[in-house]
Design a protein around this ligand. Structure first.
Ligand SMILES: NC(=O)c1ccc[n+]([C@@H]2O[C@H](COP(=O)([O-])OP(=O)(O)OC[C@H]3O[C@@H](n4cnc5c(N)ncnc54)[C@H](O)[C@@H]3O)[C@@H](O)[C@H]2O)c1
Length: 255
């Protein structure tokens, strides 16, 4: 029970990797706040968690690109649970496979608003609460931050921004006892992965090819990424800050 009596807020916590994080932290005793634009899914997940342990889960339905609504989500969490020990900046989108000249600047800005500016804004707001608990931030970046990805320049750039932000912020808040880390997954079997594969020619064989990119021969399960986040947020990682942990099933090896 590594998060007993502690509180985690997960953006995009209703599905995919975010849901994996929510489940893993909850199983370790955490009270969880799910911030997600998919209200119905968030309601369903919170109800399930509360039936396992009463008063252990809340939700705040919003688009994380809306800074005011995001701030309300964080304040709602602290108002209900009285504290915040870990912020997981996970909500994100992957625009369809598109060459740079065919992608509109509105789409690029939308990707930055959701994937990067929400990370920046939520972290900025959460710091005052994390100072009290000497808590931590975990940003869900991506291996595309360091390896790139064809026809995904905007997406990869948002993930690179999260990684460099992680390092710079870790420096800024280390003296307050706050740790900031990032996780860089390669391919994780989530609704987003399946939707993105659907934008490629022949999605079924694309999914097989994507699984084979990992020497481990498969994509990650969302809970496997959740367990990396739990480690980073727990006292087990008390001397780790400013790191980008490559949870990639070996995908970057053997170049
Ligand atoms: N799936 C992968 O292979 C993979 C790999 C590397 C990094 N990532 C990153 O992990 C994160 C989660 O990805 P996933 O695959 O679990 O996605 P997903 O689409 O399966 O789940 C994302 C969740 O976030 C919510 N969400 C999306 N946009 C939102 C917004 N604007 N406001 C509020 N909620 C929003 C969705 O409703 C959903 O519940 C993303 O930041 C993504 O870039 C994913």
């Amino acid at each position: 029970m590594r998060f007993n009596n502690k509180v985690v807020l997960v953006t995009g916590g209703a599905a995919g990797i975010g849901r994996g994080c929510v489940e893993v932290f909850h199983a370790e005793g955490a009270r969880v706040s799910i911030v997600d634009r998919d209200e119905q899914r968030a309601i369903g997940l919170a109800a399930e968690l509360n039936s396992r342990r009463s008063a252990s889960a809340i939700l705040h339905a919003c688009d994380v690109a809306d800074s005011v609504a995001l701030e309300k989500g964080i304040e709602h969490c602290v108002a209900v649970f009285g504290r915040l020990d870990c912020l997981i900046n996970n909500a994100g989108i992957h625009p369809p496979d598109t060459p740079i000249e065919q992608m509109s600047m509105d789409e690029v800005r939308r990707a930055f608003d959701i994937n990067f500016f929400s990370t920046y804004v939520a972290s900025r707001i959460a710091l005052q609460h994390l100072r009290t608990t000497r808590g931590s931030i975990v940003n869900i970046s991506s291996m595309t931050a360091v390896l790139g990805q064809k026809n995904s320049a905007a997406y990869a750039a948002t993930k690179g921004a999260q990684l460099s932000f992680t390092k710079a912020l870790a420096l800024e808040v280390a003296a307050d006892g706050i740790r900031v880390n990032a996780v860089l997954p390669s391919n994780v079997d989530t609704p987003l992965m399946r939707a993105w594969a659907g934008t490629l020619a022949d999605p079924e064989s694309a999914l097989k090819r994507i699984a084979a990119l990992q020497p481990l021969g498969r994509m990650a399960d969302p809970a496997e990424i959740g367990r990396v986040c739990l480690f980073l947020a727990s006292d087990d990682a008390s001397f780790i800050t400013g790191q980008g942990i490559e949870a990639d099933g070996g995908a970057a090896l053997d170049y």
